[in-house]
Design a protein around this ligand. Structure first.
Ligand SMILES: NC(=O)c1ccc[n+]([C@@H]2O[C@H](COP(=O)([O-])OP(=O)(O)OC[C@H]3O[C@@H](n4cnc5c(N)ncnc54)[C@H](O)[C@@H]3O)[C@@H](O)[C@H]2O)c1
Ligand SMILES: [Zn+2]
Ligand SMILES: [Zn+2]
Length: 366
């Protein structure tokens, strides 16, 4: 099959013919219909991701149809429409048993994050050399072999080129608002960075009933979209501009919730300083390893909270169906998030577009 392989960081992906093995116990072969390209794919290619080592098939925002199921697969059958979640729980550790799937740090989960099956192997190879699928997904390819625990069946009527976004960007953004910050009705939220993930923090805050949602970005086109998707105020900023001053001109006491959705630690500090006493900041962006967030201790002292947000705290089997329901009821817009659709051969264009930063999601249709 053909797949977009990162053989080296800092180099274009190679759309290459590679081997894919049959699914083994509890595994499923998925024919990928569509895959979004997330900034975390770009972080991987830029050598800034702790979970992405070459050779790796990138992509972790995929949806498709079940092609073949391995032994022991009980809940899926050939032809089912599925979204590949960002992670699949092990199901047996203390956290999984308690329903706290996001915090499963079993060997199954840690291997899954670096693209390995629980036994350390992968189903992808080229000339006998193992290739890992990013996040156990590797959706920028014609096929993926995924653990059943990482797949969520969806209504076949939902277009797969929209459903794929629930693999990462939409679940992370909605989950940041609903699961991590637990945005309250009538509150005020600030979202710094209105790309594929940030726009969904806006939609999630709107679903939660936030009365005021301030969108902040350096690109005016993103703010137009933010406004369509529920932002009540738009702050266009120059890179490096002080955001707390601009926010406090609108909300003098500061916001209830601030979300950093760029992946730049100085902006986490600025998000934190934009909150009111007792306010909550969520770092959704994925900063480069080794970077540090600076927090003024007296600002923290005033009962403020700073939270991390791996995957939006999402429980795939609960949250992906919830997202699909919101889409079908019209309370969540997925179509506006997709700017361009391209074939696998043009995959590097999606990465170039992310570097320029003026597009939302490019969806690759292998
Ligand atoms: N927490 C998680 O599990 C998780 C999941 C997915 C993505 N991420 C991370 O979230 C971040 C955003 O991902 P994305 O796919 O939405 O990226 P994106 O490129 O689509 O969006 C980033 C947005 O930030 C804006 N921006 C850049 N500099 C800015 C500044 N100085 N001030 C305000 N806005 C600015 C850009 O114009 C763009 O609209 C990345 O770091 C990504 O790795 C984290
Ligand atoms: Zn992602
Ligand atoms: Zn577990």
């Amino acid at each position: 099959m053909r797949a977009a392989v990162m053989y080296e960081t800092h180099q274009p992906l190679v759309v290459d013919e590679i081997d894919v093995a049959s699914p083994r116990n509890d595994e499923v072969l998925v024919r990928i219909a569509a895959s979004g390209v997330c900034r975390s794919d770009l972080h991987a290619l830029d050598g800034e991701s702790p979970v992405a080592q070459p050779p790796m098939v990138l992509g972790h925002e995929g949806a498709g149809l079940v092609e073949e199921v391995g032994p022991g697969v009980t809940d899926l059958a050939k032809g089912d429409a599925v979204v590949i979640a960002l992670y699949g729980p092990c199901g047996t550790c203390n956290e999984c048993r308690a329903g706290d799937i996001t915090n499963c740090w079993s060997e199954t989960r840690t291997r899954n994050m670096v693209g390995r099956m629980p036994d350390g192997t992968t189903r992808l190879s080229k000339d006998g050399r193992a290739i890992a699928p990013m996040c156990g997904s590797g959706s920028l390819a014609e096929y993926a072999v995924v653990r059943e625990a990482q797949l969520v069946k969806i209504d076949p009527d939902i277009p797969l080129d929209l459903a794929c976004l629930a693999g990462c960007g939409v679940t992370t953004g909605i989950g940041a608002a609903l699961n991590i910050a637990r945005v309250r009705p009538g509150s005020c939220a600030l979202v710094i960075g209105c790309g594929g993930v940030g726009l969904n923090v806006i939609q999630g805050s709107a679903i939660a009933g936030a009365a005021r949602i301030i969108a902040c970005d350096t690109q005016r086109s993103k703010l137009d979209l933010a406004s369509d998707l529920g932002a009540t105020d738009c702050l266009w900023v120059e890179p490096g501009e002080q955001i707390p001053e601009r926010v406090k001109a609108l909300v003098p006491a500061g916001v209830d919730y601030a979300f950093e959705v760029v992946g730049h630690t100085p902006l986490v500090t600025q998000a934190f300083e934009s909150t009111r006493t007792g306010g909550t900041t969520v770092m959704v962006g994925a900063p480069a390893p080794g970077t540090t967030v600076t927090i003024d201790s007296r600002v923290l002292f005033s009962d403020r909270k700073l939270l991390g947000c791996m995957g939006g705290g999402n429980i795939p089997a609960r949250d992906i169906p919830r997202i699909m329901r919101h889409y079908q009821q019209g309370t969540l817009d997925l179509a506006k998030l997709v700017e361009t659709r391209i074939p696998l051969d043009d995959v590097n264009d999606a990465f170039d577009a992310l570097r320029v930063g003026d597009t939302v999601r490019t969806v690759v249709q292998p």
